[in-house]
Structures are given as structure tokens and as C-alpha cells.
Design a protein around this ligand. Structure first.
Ligand code: AMP
Ligand code: MG
Length: 439
């Protein structure tokens, strides 16, 4: 297909810019720079269930005790513990049953000396009682180990002494009214959602999700739909990146593909105003048509980076109309790896997370991995547990265009930049690819 060349001034400008490229940055330096450019986003109120995986922007205080009243932890008999002193199978204590208290009702009785109330788990403990004797320790239990009776009974024989407080759940034993239940900064896991529900919090104040615009560049790159013409390839990056953005809690906004044309790129990027982060892929390496950097320089402030990372050395980072922009490499695996190391932390920081490292384990390599060029090499591996340790086996081809091997992998083994090779048996960090999922 015909490829339109950018104006010669564009190329001259690009070349000049390329000379401005900073010296090689380490992965950690690059990540620090990206992180320094973003802040947790403002708070919004969202329905309770939508807050799963998000981060509390303000502390939550309890409006009441949990449990709200003192109640029975067992099905049995509410008693005054002192009445059961000395009870045994041979010499049971007989108590008068004065009430039946199912869960959800309010007992109108008070337990006096020599009295008991039949009570169910979760029911309000009546006045006067301070312990619950389980059915199993009364004559309401037959020799074959089952409950003998429902129905009213006038008395119960107790076979074991109850201690004060036994089988009783005190009001506020989980949470006290007025207490700070969850501090600001809490990542809302399922148990937090349940805790908030127990306090009737139907809405929760969290840092809002970042809106992340995703733009592919390249004359050869075709979005999904029309059949490919000779020389064209499919735009996979936008979909990989959108899925990654979703997976870490952002809201992807697909901006499609633009040709390597400064005006097109400029126009499309303008349509991204109002987002919190712009991700582009392609067009940041040294090449005639690598115009993203030129456009970015004209539209905002941008730095071109060469990061000591493999795959994915060339990157751009800057600001477009006040929005931080991360220019990822075009090669599908390079874009994937670079997103995980730089884009994901930025999104997590915007969400209010304080820990943005990927979950990592130490694992023994089952095959050697080369690492020329003093870059931190992220090697696609299958990680599994073998006895007392984790082992990692490199999977498939490791080329930066080979997305299928990423699809097979469940981890990225991290080969340090100082190593020329990681021999089989070396123990390295492995980042887990499928362990983190923020809905
Ligand atoms: P670039 O960084 O623009 O030089 O692109 C590097 C390689 O990645 C080239 O082989 C491109 O065809 C390929 N590539 C660029 N963008 C995409 C995309 N959106 N989806 C799949 N491959 C891409
Ligand atoms: Mg390109």
C-alpha cells in the first residue's frame, strides 16, 4: 500500500528530537517518573458492590454496634450460669422452660432463678440469662445424636454446667458504635464489602476509576472489521491494552487506529480530552514514520525514553493538554510488558493504591534464559508449585511480536540487567500475571 511520507520538516524535527533522547533509564527510574506524574483521583460515591477493588477515600465509622444486640451463638437454652453449677449426666439440673425465642423476635421475658428459655442461634438473649447450653448438653438430644423434640416442653434437664458468657455473642463484640471500621486507603476486598453492608452503607466514597484513552498508530495497522489488505496487520494492541486497563481497575476508552500522520494523530488525541491517562502504542522507535513523538512535542510536553527493559526499550512519556501520556512500543509483547511495568502502577496510584508492585514469587528456572544488552529481561514462563518451591519454565518463542506465548504464560520471570544469562537452576523473581484482578 502507499505510505504517505511526513513532511520533510517533520522528519528533520523528529531526528533532532531523537538526539534529545535521555540516556537509558532503568525500569525503576522510568516507573518512578511515571508515578511522580499522577495522583490519586478525586473521591466519588458509588453503590456498595461497585466499590469492590476500589480504595476508600475517607474512613468509615460505625453508626451502631455489630452485632447490634447480645445474642445466642448456638441453638439451645438460655440460662443463668449459676443455676447449672454441678450439673452432670448423673445429676442433671432441671430448669423450667418459660419461653421459646426464635431469631428475629424480641423476648418479652426475663429469666429468673431456676428458669430457662429455648433459644435459636442469632436470637436476642433474654434479660437475666448470661449463657446458652447447647441442645446436645440437655435432654433435648437422644442417644443416636439427634434433637428429640420440637414443640413446647415445660422443663429441660441440663447435663453440664455452663460458664458465664458461654455461647453468647455480645453486642458490639465485632464492631463498636463510633469505632473507625475501615481507614481511608483501604482496598475494598469482599470482606470489607460485607462489613460495610453490616453497617448499612449502601454507598461508599472511593477514589474514582481513571478513564484511560487508548490509541494505536501505524499505517499498516487495521482495526477489527474489514479484511486485511496486503501489508496490513490487525490492531491487537488496543484490545490487549484495554483488557489490561480493565483488569487493573481503569475504564478503557478505545480511540481506534491512526495512520502515521501528524495531523491525524493530533486530531485524534484532541478527542481524548477529559481522560486521566492516554496510552498510545507504536511510533516511538527510531524510524522514518515514528511521528508520535513529534506530534506530542508539538501538542504538549513529552520526553523520549530508552528504558533498560526487554522487550520494550523505546517509550515516550509526557503531557497532552494536561493529561499524562504514556507512549508504549508497537510490538505487541513490548506494549504488554511495558504497560505492566509502567502503566499499571500509574493506574493503581490514581485508584488510591499504595502498593503497585505485581505480586511476585521467587522461582527456580527450569531452562536457561539469555540476556544480552544489560536490560531487565521479562521472560514469559509457566510457573508451578513443585514440592516446597516454585519452578518456572520459559514458554514458547520470546520475540517481542509473539503474543501467543504471552497467552500461554502465567508469569514473567525477571532476569536482572546485570546478568548476561540466567542459567537453568537460577532463582529469580517471577511476576504473577493472573493473580491480580480488580473488577
Ligand atoms: P512501531 O513501534 O510502530 O515501529 O511498531 C513495531 C511493530 O509493532 C511493527 O511490526 C508494527 O506493525 C507492530 N504494531 C504496531 N502497532 C500495533 C498494533 N496496534 N497491533 C499490533 N501490532 C502493532
Ligand atoms: Mg509504527
Amino acid at each position: 500500500m502507499a505510505i504517505s511520507r511526513g513532511p520533510s520538516t517533520t522528519r528533520a524535527r523528529t531526528d533532532r528530537l531523537w538526539e534529545d533522547v535521555e540516556s537509558l533509564l532503568s525500569v525503576d527510574e522510568a516507573r518512578e517518573r511515571v508515578l511522580a506524574a499522577v495522583e490519586p483521583l478525586p473521591a466519588v460515591r458509588v453503590p456498595l458492590l461497585d466499590a469492590l477493588g476500589l480504595v476508600l477515600a475517607q474512613p468509615v465509622f460505625a453508626g451502631h454496634d455489630v452485632p447490634p444486640f447480645t445474642n445466642s451463638a448456638m441453638d439451645g437454652y438460655a440460662v443463668r450460669a449459676a443455676d447449672t453449677a454441678g450439673a452432670s449426666y448423673d445429676r442433671p439440673v432441671t430448669l423450667a422452660v418459660i419461653a421459646e425465642i426464635p431469631a428475629g423476635s424480641c423476648p418479652a421475658v426475663s429469666i429468673g432463678p431456676g428458669q430457662a428459655a429455648r433459644i435459636m442461634t442469632g436470637a436476642v438473649l433474654p434479660e437475666g440469662a448470661n449463657a446458652v447450653v447447647r441442645f446436645e448438653e440437655t435432654d433435648e438430644w437422644n442417644a443416636s445424636g439427634g434433637s428429640t423434640s420440637a414443640g413446647k416442653r415445660a422443663e429441660v434437664r441440663v447435663f453440664r454446667p455452663a460458664k458465664p458468657g458461654e455461647n453468647v455473642r455480645l453486642a458490639g463484640e465485632d464492631i463498636k458504635a463510633g469505632q473507625e471500621v475501615l481507614p481511608a486507603g483501604t482496598v475494598l476486598q469482599p470482606a470489607c464489602i460485607g462489613l460495610l453492608a453490616s453497617l448499612n452503607q449502601r454507598w461508599v466514597t472511593v477514589h474514582r476509576r481513571p478513564r484511560v484513552a487508548i490509541l494505536a498508530t501505524g499505517n499498516e495497522v487495521m482495526d477489527l472489521g474489514p479484511e486485511l489488505l496486503p501489508g496490513q496487520i490487525r490492531n491487537s494492541n488496543n484490545y490487549t491494552l484495554a483488557a489490561l486497563v480493565k483488569q487493573c481497575g481503569g475504564e478503557p476508552i478505545l480511540l481506534g487506529v491512526v495512520r502515521d500522520d501528524p495531523d491525524e494523530i493530533r486530531l485524534r488525541l484532541r478527542s481524548a480530552r477529559g481522560v486521566d491517562l492516554i496510552l498510545t502504542s507504536g511510533g516511538v522507535s527510531i524510524g522514518d514514520y515514528d511521528l508520535v513523538k513529534y506530534v506530542l512535542q508539538a501538542e504538549g510536553r513529552v520526553e523520549l525514553w530508552q528504558v533498560r527493559i526487554k522487550p520494550g526499550k523505546p517509550m515516550a512519556f509526557g503531557w497532552i493538554g494536561g493529561v499524562p501520556m504514556l507512549g508504549l512500543p508497537g510490538n505487541p509483547v513490548a506494549a504488554y510488558v511495558a504497560f505492566l511495568q509502567f502503566g499499571r502502577p500509574a493506574i493503581l496510584k490514581m485508584l488510591g493504591y499504595e502498593d503497585w508492585t505485581l505480586p511476585t514469587v521467587r522461582a527456580r528456572l527450569l531452562a536457561p534464559c539469555e540476556n544480552r544488552g544489560q536490560r531487565r529481561h521479562f521472560v514469559r514462563v509457566r510457573l508451578e508449585r513443585q514440592g516446597e518451591e516454585y519452578v518456572a519454565r520459559p514458554v514458547g518463542e520470546q520475540g517481542s511480536g509473539i503474543l501467543s506465548s504471552v497467552a500461554q504464560a502465567n508469569g514473567l520471570a525477571v532476569i536482572p540487567e546485570q546478568w548476561n544469562e540466567a542459567p537453568a537452576g537460577a532463582v529469580v523473581d517471577v511476576q504473577l500475571l493472573d493473580a491480580v484482578w480488580i473488577p
